[in-house]
Design a protein around this ligand. Sequence first.
Ligand code: NCD
Length: 360
Amino acid sequence: MFNFVDLNDFSLDEVQGLIEKAAEIKSKPSVFSNKMAGKILASLFFEASTRTQFSFQAAMLRLGGQFLGFSNPKTSSIAKGESFSDTIRIMSSYGDLIAVRHGCDGAARAASFYSKCPVINAGDGIHLHPTQTLADLLTLHQLKRRFNSLTIGVCGDLKFGRPVNSLVRTLSRFGENSFVFISTQELKISNFLKRFVERQHCSFSECCSLEQAIPKLDVLYMTRVQQERFKNAADYEKQKGAFKLTSKVLSLAKPNLILMHPLPRVDEIDNDVDSDNRAAYFLQAENGVYARMALILMLLNGQVQKGEKIGSNNKIKVLSRVCCNERCISRVEPDLPHRFVEKNGFLNCAYCDEEVELIG
Ligand code: NCD
């Protein structure tokens, strides 16, 4: 059995295979309309969602399967104080597959320790959003036909935006990509991600002007400032509206730029830009259904060759120390053991990846 928590658990061939499968489904959906008959997706959304939640449900329905679940945890026994781990244990005996979104970093990995069925990460805190990356890659595949030799600008909230975190990690693994991180000083990309990019031998630069960066880009990935992640309203007020893509700014870009956004947008892309043929964000949202159909087929048809096998990761250690990331699920759910793994010379939290100590 396999989980889909982090794209790093999968080889690039597997990722490429998923995207090709998604493109095939998109070109002849009727062939796949009955493939998941009799299967149930448990859709557990502890956080707000439109695209991810409903595209998962649409994906399951379009494959002939069904879904159950909640979009507001207050309607479940969580409201009575039931733990996250018990909720997962129970729901994994009602569904064949779980898609979970949660406000804490590492929640999907935590779910994978308690689930009897495969777990899909539908967004965990500010950490990862791997199925958004699949939708993004399918869009790039369709419009650019490649995942490398690209100059990719990522603009907006690079500190709290999980689609950026997932996409940059995956595109840097494909190699020969160059990133331009466009943000304010306060919402800069993490050092962790910069080191990740460097380890994959990709290059990056940082700047605070969209106008300056845009002419050299092949792809521009805009993001909204993540209001819900700020500890106080005044800090958000200072950041909101920092970047705005208007038709005038877009006129500085290459004619074959791909303009992406995971959506929802607030005010960072002008509505006027929607009719520009470089705007790809609605296509991205549509592609989310096909990408998730391919993923469901892969996980439930057992076509995955490698990846993470539940319960087989014996490198995990349970320690008495606590993860230093205060957004980590292990800091919020008291019954979760403090699990750690060694990676790249660091002791990392097994839930949220936080590097807690340099080893040796
Ligand atoms: C993103 C998310 O939830 O992280 N939305 C999505 O799933 N398409 C981006 C966002 O909320 O800004």
